[in-house]
Design a protein around this ligand. Structure first.
Ligand code: KG4
Ligand code: ZN
Length: 352
């Protein structure tokens, strides 16, 4: 089956084509034939964040070239596509509307089924784009830690594609906290990977930043107070003319460790409470090596039987390959594929 995926939830214009074949042993062979991403980051940079109207305009301008490239790279004819899958939410509505409208038009014009998928479900399933993790081997319950620029969520999957939201951030998302701290250092958006590089040269114990909600008896998060603590530290060091390269590395490392401590502790707690067998991490922040290493370390100590699945780096950020895959699974569990049922929804819930 050939699946065209479309992703325009935020500031990346993406199209992907997957070929999924069911083999004799019922295992799936998943081939990513094309995964094209056109980033708008440089265009939003001067505004200090993503401007929704501009994102929509750029999706409109760039989508057809991205789609043409995907078709060229995958070497498939559009008529051969069997299924179209589009991220219909959550995200910024002007941006989502572009992708959803294009997807509906394509589905209607080509006479193909269309599935609207939750962008966050794409992040959950992105690990399965890696041949290392055959879906047939997965053990339930699965816990998913989703850490991106827009969301921080802890999700339980007790059955295939049935989600229960355990907790989410009450203010800034984990990636957003990295981006805001980066801005304090004068780093361009998105700053997560840059902070991680700075942190490698610093001491994570140099500054004792708060670990917000680490002791709360739930799985919610809050990162805005941590960002404010970092801001105050930077400002006072600047006043005292003590903000050296070395202290910047120390602040980055200490900030990163504070985020990691909260994420890891809550993940381990949820893993124990719900007796999970598998842990999936997904979203842009899952590219953070220090976070994955800390999770691995504590899983080994506290939950040694849990299998930890991490997406390949190219699928940690927003992409349409994960949307194609999610659409395929939704179609296989019986969703109709009727384009009339697909609607963009900025607040689409995973457990709705
Ligand atoms: O999933 P994603 O591409 O977009 C959203 O759906 O939001 O995530 C982007 C976020 C940005 O906030 C970026 O700074 C963060 O992921 N990020 C990282 C790293 N790489 C990307 N954060 C921490 N460490 C990284 N290595
Ligand atoms: Zn995302």
């Amino acid at each position: 089956m050939l699946i065209l995926g479309i992703e325009t939830s935020f500031d990346e214009t993406c199209a992907a084509i997957l070929r999924i074949t069911e083999q004799k042993n019922r295992r799936l062979k998943i081939a990513v034939l094309a995964n094209i991403i056109s980033s708008q980051i440089l265009k939003h940079k001067k505004f200090g964040g993503v401007v929704p109207q501009l994102a929509a305009k750029l999706h409109q301008k760039n989508f057809i070239p991205v789609l043409e490239k995907a078709i060229r790279v995958a070497k498939v004819k559009p008529q051969k596509i069997d299924l179209i899958s589009v991220a219909s939410g959550p995200g910024i509505i002007p941006a989502l509307l572009v992708g959803v409208t294009i997807a509906k038009t394509l589905a209607w014009g080509l006479g193909k089924p269309l599935i609207g998928v939750n962008h966050m479900e794409g992040h959950v399933l992105s690990v399965f784009l890696d041949k290392k993790y055959p879906i047939s081997n997965i053990q339930y319950p699965i816990l998913a830690l989703l850490v991106s620029g827009g969301h921080t969520q802890m999700v339980l999957m007790e059955k295939w594609l049935k989600y229960k939201m355990l907790g989410e951030t009450r203010d800034d998302a984990a990636g957003e906290a990295f981006d805001k701290v980066g801005k304090l250092f004068g780093l361009d958006y998105p700053a997560g990977a840059k902070i991680e590089r700075l942190a490698k040269k610093g001491n994570p114990e140099a500054f004792n930043f708060p670990r917000p909600m680490i002791k709360s008896k739930n799985y919610d998060f809050s990162f805005s107070g941590l960002k404010t603590a970092v801001k105050n530290t930077i400002e006072s060091l600047r006043k005292e003319r003590k903000l050296s390269r070395r202290t910047i590395g120390d602040i980055a490392a200490s900030f990163q460790q504070a985020v990691i401590d909260v994420l890891v502790l809550k993940t381990i707690q949820a893993g124990q409470e719900f007796c999970v067998k598998s842990l999936i991490i997904g979203g842009g922040v899952s590219a953070n090596q220090a976070l994955c290493n800390n999770l691995k370390k504590f899983l080994k100590e506290d939950l040694p039987d849990v299998v930890f699945l991490v997406p390949q780096k190219e699928y940690t950020n927003d992409n349409a390959a994960m949307i194609s895959l999610a659409g395929y699974f939704r179609y296989k569990i019986g969703e109709s594929g009727d384009w009339k049922k697909v609607q963009a929804d900025a607040n689409l819930k995973l457990d709705g």
